[in-house]
Design a protein around this ligand. Structure first.
Ligand code: HAM
Length: 420
């Protein structure tokens, strides 16, 4: 029988790498909590129409990458490809948009995109995201961006840059879009690119082929055609970012893969990752709530790729989540000793110490090897005779020193040794 393997393009994270993944996720989420974002836990799948309408029919995400299926009740549902549409659905459904604004929420979880798998591009990916809904204030755009930046910095990342632009809004983008289309129609582009220019001309600006780039050198740019209001908003965002000490580079050709963006759009790009260099991105989406049947409320948010951020941390040689899986390793030598050490281990755990034990009658040599591999600082070794004297041997696994410790003093001694 052939062995099972994980679905294509989906990573398994096993210890110790899984601990690093959790550290990255929690560090990024902590930055959001510190700025007053409340946790939201949402369904992993939703009505297919929510994503089609929210993310946009013409995007690759909706047209090519969704995991869509019919459930047993005959409904079309889709594994969430991103988080913003679901958050908006929940905010509208539960009336949060009628309470205190802005509504500030963060989430973390798995998202699903049927993309071509390659290094750093998976079909199941982990994100930490935030959404701030209901207040159109450039200071809030800057806060969202600064929260992401603070998360990356808390991990010790330095090799990334923030790219920023404004995509305008419904008052200036339609006119710009036509101008761009006119420009593109006059170029000797291939059939597929021409088609893309008709459906989503902004995406063409993002073409990576050198010959196309050359043709696009003089293409009109959104930032030169912003309405006075959008321009002022953009200038204010930049001003706030500078005030916050968040460095950015303006990239007027920045294109996001989702349709809902207006005004501010940004991406964090890491140089150590090769082709899949986007470690996080987001922007403002002022028309989205109304489009999903809610009020005319603005919103801004980000999604940070936890998998890619971990790869970035590794590329920089950062130690993340390297904590050993236990601090104390118990080694029983004999049956009576095992009965006692099982209880001692439980008591230490109850006092907050991370403890493991040598199960399965390994013998002293094998058990000490296992203790070393566990990463523990201390070993508690006990034979039947030690316990008759109400003692255990406490071994420091760093320097090899060993001493007898009375059972009554064990917890205090262990805590002191671990603190030292
Ligand atoms: P996104 O740019 O599509 O935005 O995804 C955010 C991040 O998720 C990316 O920068 C990347 O790090 C990670 N990511 C995306 N696809 C993959 C993949 N196939 N494999 C590994 N990592 C991936 C959004 O999803 C928006 N909902 C963000 C947002 C929130 N905008 C406003 N609010």
């Amino acid at each position: 029988m052939t062995a099972f393997t994980a679905p294509r393009g989906i990573p398994d994270y096993l210890p110790p790498e899984s601990a690093a993944l959790l550290t990255v996720r929690d560090t990024l989420a902590e930055a959001a909590r510190r700025a007053g974002y409340g946790y939201v836990e949402l369904p992993v799948f939703e009505d297919t129409a929510l994503f089609a309408r929210g993310v946009g029919e013409s995007t690759d995400v909706v047209s090519k990458e969704m995991y869509t299926f019919t459930d047993r009740g005959g409904r079309s549902v889709t594994l969430r490809p991103e988080g913003t549409a679901g958050v908006m659905r929940a905010v509208i459904e539960h009336g949060l948009d009628r309470g205190q604004l802005p509504v500030k929420l963060y989430y973390t979880g798995q998202f699903f995109r049927y993309e071509r798998p390659q290094a750093g591009r998976y079909r199941q990916l982990l994100q930490v995201g935030v959404e701030a809904i209901g207040v159109d204030d450039p200071a809030l755009d800057a806060e969202v961006i600064a929260v992401a930046d603070a998360g990356y910095r808390a991990l010790g990342l330095t090799g990334y840059r923030l790219e920023l632009t404004s995509l305008g809004d419904s008052t200036c983008r339609p006119e710009y879009r036509e101008r761009l289309q006119e420009f593109l129609r006059a170029l000797p582009l291939d059939e597929e690119t021409r088609r893309r220019a008709e459906i989503n001309p902004l995406r063409v600006l993002d073409d990576k082929r050198p010959e196309v780039r050359e043709l696009l050198a003089d293409a009109p740019l959104m930032v030169d055609h912003l309405s006075p209001e959008c321009r002022e908003h953009y200038e204010e965002v930049k001003e706030h970012l500078t005030g916050l000490g968040v460095k950015f580079t303006e990239n007027p050709r920045l294109v996001r893969g989702l349709d809902y963006y207006t005004k501010t759009a940004f991406e964090f790009v890491h140089d150590g990752l090769g082709a899949q260099s986007g470690i996080g991105g987001g922007g403002r989406y002022d028309g989205l709530m109304a489009q999903l049947g809610g009020q005319e409320l603005s919103g801004i948010g980000f999604g940070l790729g936890v998998d890619r951020t971990l790869l970035a941390a590794r590329a920089e040689g950062l130690a993340v989540g390297d904590e050993a899986r236990c601090e104390v390793y118990c080694v029983p030598l004999g049956q009576a000793a095992k009965r006692q050490l099982v209880r001692i281990a439980a008591a230490l755990r109850g006092a907050g110490v991370r403890v493991d034990l040598a199960y399965g009658g390994k013998g002293l040599k094998g058990a000490m090897k296992a203790a070393g591999r566990s990463g523990a600082r201390l070993a508690v070794v006990a034979g039947d005779r030690d316990l008759e004297q109400d003692e255990v041997q406490l071994k420091d696994l760093r320097d090899g020193s060993q001493r007898a410790v009375g059972r009554a003093e064990l917890l205090t001694t262990v805590k002191e040794a671990l603190a030292g």
